[in-house]
Write a protein that binds this ligand. Structure first.
Ligand code: HDE
Length: 713
C-alpha cells in the first residue's frame, strides 16, 4: 500500500497520468463539454443522421479502434503493483544497485499469465503460468520475465514458433481453446524428446495452481551476474511463495472453469483489496564461472534445472504485491516485458533459447502496441528520465527540446553524454569467444530423459498418480493412435511403471522408440543426437515435490460456512473469529441470499446461495452447528446441493467440519462410509474441533487419502 512513509517513485509517476470523472462534465476528446449524449444529429427527428455529427463520429471511431492484438502467447493475464525489498546484499556477485543496498525498496509491476489460451479463456487451463516482473530501479527498468516452471519445452529459439503453433487451437477449426489435449500438441511432443522433462512438470499439478499467490517463479535460463571488479558468475533466479506451493485437482480445475473462469484473477484482486498481500522470497543460485562444466548437464540448456541439493537457493529479498491496477488495459494489457531490459550487474548467458527471446520481445510489442514509442506508455516508463537522440514515430509523447538529435555534436555541447561504467554506464560483459560459425547443437544438450526421471522420482505417490492421470486425460483426447503410441514410447525412457499405467488406460502396448525422433539436420548422424538413457547424478530433489511445501498457515484461504435458519450463532461466530484471526476468510452459503436467522434470531448475511457457487471454489467447508439449520439443509430442495458440496470437497481431499447437530448430514454424505483415520474430517466429537479444523485447512489437502476417500482399489 502506498503510504507517506513509503515513497514509491513509480506510483508517484503513474499518479500524474490518472484522471477521475468525479463531479466532472462529459467532454469530447478535444475537451468540449457535451450537451446531449443520447441522440445523434439528424435531419428531422425521424430523418437520416448527418455526416456533420462530429460528436457521434469521434465516439464511434474511438470505439472501433478500442482493441489491440492480444499477445501471441501469454494473452490472458492478471497484474499487480508491489515492491521488492532487499534483505541481503550480494555485491560480491553483482553491482546491480537494487541487489546490493540492504533495505532498499524497488517498485515493481508483476503480470501473471497462462500461455496458450486467448485473453478471454479460463484461468484454470492445464498450462505453464507466466510470472513477469518489472523492477523500476533507479538504474533503469530490469525485467525478469519468468515462468512458474523452471525448465522449458525446447532448447533452441528456432523451435518456438513450431511449439506454439502445435499447442494453440488447430488452424482449420480453431479447436480446442486453452488446452494442450489435442492432436497437434502431442504430435509435436512425441517427436521432440527434449520436451519430456517439461512435460513431466506440465502434467503435474504445478500446471493447475490453487492461486497465482501460491506458485513459484523461475527465471529458467542461466543468467550472468557481474560484480564491480568485472568478475562474472552464473545465476538462476527463484521466487518462493511464503504461502507455499499449492494446486487444485484436475477435476476441480475443470469445474472451476465453468463456475468461475476468472478464479485466479479474482483471487489475486480480492487478496490485495483485503490487505492480504501476496509475498515471495526471492532467491538466487550462484555458480562460479570455473564450475560451469562440473554438472551432468549443460548450464546453457533450458530443459535442465540446477538441483537445489547441488546448489542451494540463497534467499536475498522479498517481493510483495500490495496494490491493484487502476485500469486493466492501461496497466496489465499495455505493460511490455523484455528479458533484454537489463541493468549494470546483470547480463545474458549463451543459452540459445534466451538468445532468441532477446529479439522477439521488442518485435512483438511493435505489432501489439503499434509503435517504437511503447516505452513511453505510463506503465512502461522508467522512473529516470530518458535522454537520447531517438526521435519521432507514432504517438511520441516526449517533447525533446533543442536542435540536436545526433551525436557527436558541438551545437548541443556534446549532450547527452555517454556514461562511464563507474557512473552507471552499461557495458556488456567481455566474455571471451571463439569457434566456427555453425548451425548445430552442442553434444552436451543431448540428454533428454535424466532430469525427467529426477522430477518423476522426486514426486510423492499421489503426485505420481496425478501425472499418470493427466497424461491419460490428455492422450485420450488425441485421435491418432500412432501419436499416443509414440508418447508412450517416450514415457518408457522415463519410468516403466508410468508408461505401463498410461498405456493400459489407452489400450496400447509399451514400445520404446528407436531414437531420435526429432527432425534432424540433413547431414547429421542420427547417433550423435541420440539421448543416452542415463540416470541423473541427483536421485531425488525434495524441492521438486509439492508435498514438502509450506503447510502451516491458513492465511488467505476461503472457507465456506454452509448454513440455514437456526444455525448456532455462538458456534458460528466463534469459529469465524478464530479463522479470521489467522487471516483466512469466511463466506456464508445458504439456501438463498435472504439473511439467515440464527438460533438467537440475529441475521447473518450469505455471500452465496447453494446454487450460485460450487464446492470447488472453497478451500474447506464448515457445516454449521444447529439442528434446525441441518434440518432445513436436508429438505428436498437443498439436500442434493448440500451433499454435492460435501461429497466434492471430500473427494478432493479437503478439510470438512461437521458442527454439533449435523449428524444426519454427515450420515447422508460420502463421509459416512469412511473406514480410515482421516485428520481432515472434524466433528464436534473431536477433542478440540475448532483448532483441529484450522490445522487441517493449513495442511491444504490430505492427498495421501485420495484413494480411500474415493473408494479406489
Ligand atoms: Fe516468452 N514471449 N518467449 N518465454 N514470455 C512472450 O512477448 C518468446 C519463453 C514469457 O506478461 C511474448 O510481450 C520466445 C521462456 C512470459 O507480458 C513473445 C521464446 C519463458 C511472457 C515471447 C519464449 C518465457 C512471455 C508475447 C523462445 C520463461 C508474458 C507477448 C525463444 C522464462 C509477459 C510479449 C507478459 C511473452 C517470445 C520463451 C516467459 C512473443 C521467442 C523460456 C512470462 O515475445
Amino acid at each position: 500500500m502506498k503510504t507517506n512513509e513509503d515513497p514509491n517513485k513509480k506510483l508517484d509517476q503513474l499518479d500524474s497520468f490518472k484522471t477521475s470523472n468525479e463531479d466532472q462534465k462529459l467532454t469530447t476528446n478535444q475537451g468540449l463539454k457535451i450537451n446531449n449524449n443520447q441522440d445523434s444529429l439528424k435531419a428531422g427527428d425521424r430523418g437520416p443522421t448527418l455526416l456533420e455529427d462530429f460528436i457521434l463520429r469521434e465516439k464511434i471511431t474511438h470505439f472501433d479502434h478500442e482493441r489491440i492484438p492480444e499477445r501471441i502467447v501469454h494473452a490472458r493475464g492478471s497484474g499487480a503493483h508491489g515492491v521488492f525489498k532487499l534483505n541481503k546484499s550480494i555485491e560480491k556477485y553483482t553491482k546491480a544497485k537494487f541487489l546490493t543496498e540492504v533495505g532498499k525498496e524497488t517498485p515493481v509491476f508483476v503480470r501473471f499469465s497462462t500461455v496458450a489460451g486467448s485473453k478471454g479463456s479460463t484461468d484454470l487451463a492445464r498450462d505453464v503460468r507466466g510470472f513477469a516482473v518489472k523492477f523500476y530501479t533507479e538504474e533503469g527498468n530490469y525485467d525478469l520475465v519468468a515462468n512458474n516452471i523452471p525448465v522449458f519445452f525446447i532448447q533452441d529459439a528456432i523451435k518456438f514458433p513450431d511449439l506454439v503453433h502445435a499447442v494453440k487451437p488447430e488452424p482449420d477449426n480453431e479447436i480446442p481453446q486453452a488446452a494442450s489435449a489435442h492432436d497437434t500438441f502431442w504430435d509435436f511432443i512425441s517427436l521432440m524428446p527434449e520436451s519430456m522433462h517439461m512435460i513431466m512438470w506440465v502434467m503435474s499439478d504445478r500446471a493447475i495452481p490453487r492461486s497465482l499467490r501460491m506458485m513459484e517463479g523461475f527465471g529458467v535460463h542461466s543468467f550472468k551476474f557481474i560484480n564491480s571488479e568485472g568478475a562474472s558468475h552464473f545465476v538462476k533466479f527463484h521466487f518462493k511463495p511464503k504461502l507455499g506451493v499449492h494446486s487444485v485437482a484436475w477435476d476441480e480445475a475443470q469445474k472451476i472453469s465453468g463456475v468461475d473462469p476468472d478464479f485466479h484473477k479474482r483471487d489475486l484482486w480480492e487478496s490485495i483489496e483485503n490487505g492480504n498481500f501476496p509475498e515471495w522470497d526471492f532467491g538466487v543460485q550462484i555458480i562460479p564461472e570455473e564450475k560451469e562444466h562440473d554438472f551432468d548437464f549443460d548450464l546453457l540448456d533450458p530443459t535442465k534445472l540446477v538441483p537445489e541439493e547441488v546448489v542451494p537457493v540463497e534467499i536475498i529479498g522479498t517481493l510483495t504485491l500490495n496494490r491493484n491496477p487502476d485500469n486493466f488495459f492501461a496497466e496489465t494489457e499495455q505493460v511490455a516485458f523484455h528479458p533484454g531490459h537489463l541493468v549494470p550487474g546483470i547480463d545474458f548467458s549463451n543459452d540459445p533459447l534466451l538468445q532468441g527471446r532477446l529479439f522477439s520481445y521488442t518485435d512483438t510489442q511493435l505489432s501489439r502496441l503499434g509503435s517504437p514509442n511503447f516505452h513511453e506508455i505510463p506503465i512502461n516508463k522508467s522512473i529516470n528520465v530518458v535522454h537520447n537522440n531517438q526521435r519521432d514515430g507514432h504517438m511520441r509523447q516526449q517533447i525533446a527540446k533543442g536542435k540536436v538529435s545526433y551525436e557527436p555534436n558541438s551545437i548541443g555541447g556534446g549532450c547527452p553524454f555517454q556514461a562511464m561504467m563507474k557512473e552507471g554506464g552499461f557495458a556488456s560483459h567481455q566474455e571471451p569467444m571463439s569457434g566456427a560459425k555453425v548451425r548445430q547443437r552442442s553434444k552436451s544438450f543431448v540428454d533428454h530423459y535424466s532430469q525427467a526421471k529426477l522430477f518423476y522420482n522426486s514426486q510423492s505417490l499421489p503426485e505420481k498418480t496425478h501425472i499418470q492421470k493427466a497424461l491419460t486425460f490428455e492422450l485420450s483426447k488425441v485421435t491418432i493412435p500412432e501419436i499416443r503410441e509414440r508418447v508412450i514410447g517416450q514415457l518408457a525412457f522415463i519410468d516403466k511403471d508410468l508408461a505401463t499405467k498410461v498405456a493400459e488406460k489407452l489400450g496400447v502396448k509399451v514400445k520404446k522408440l528407436a531414437q531420435p525422433n526429432q527432425s534432424i539436420p540433413a547431414d547429421a548422424n542420427p547417433k550423435d543426437l541420440q539421448s543416452e538413457e542415463r540416470e541423473p547424478e541427483t536421485k531425488i530433489s525434495e524441492a521438486l515435490s509439492m508435498q514438502n511445501t509450506v503447510k502451516d498457515t491458513i492465511s488467505s484461504r476461503t472457507i465456506g460456512f454452509i448454513m440455514a435458519n437456526g444455525a448456532d450463532e455462538n458456534a458460528v461466530i466463534s469459529l469465524k473469529q478464530k479463522i479470521e484471526k489467522e487471516k483466512a476468510r469466511v463466506q456464508i452459503i445458504a439456501p438463498s441470499l435472504a439473511p439467515v436467522k440464527t438460533n438467537t434470531g440475529n441475521p447473518l448475511i450469505p455471500k452465496h446461495s447453494l446454487t450460485s457457487i460450487k464446492s470447488v471454489c472453497f478451500d474447506a467447508l464448515y457445516i454449521s452447528a444447529g439442528s434446525d439449520s441441518a434440518k432445513e439443509l436436508l429438505n428436498p430442495e437443498n439436500k442434493k446441493h448440500v451433499l454435492e458440496f460435501i461429497n466434492d470437497a471430500y473427494s478432493h481431499c479437503k478439510a470438512i467440519y461437521f458442527g454439533a447437530g449435523t449428524e444426519e448430514i454427515y450420515n447422508a454424505s460420502d463421509v459416512a462410509g469412511k473406514k480410515h483415520e482421516d485428520p481432515a474430517i472434524v466433528t464436534d466429537k473431536s477433542k478440540n474441533p475448532d483448532a483441529d479444523f484450522i490445522k487441517a485447512v493449513a495442511a491444504h489437502r490430505v492427498w495421501e487419502l485420495e484413494k480411500e476417500r474415493n473408494n479406489l482399489a
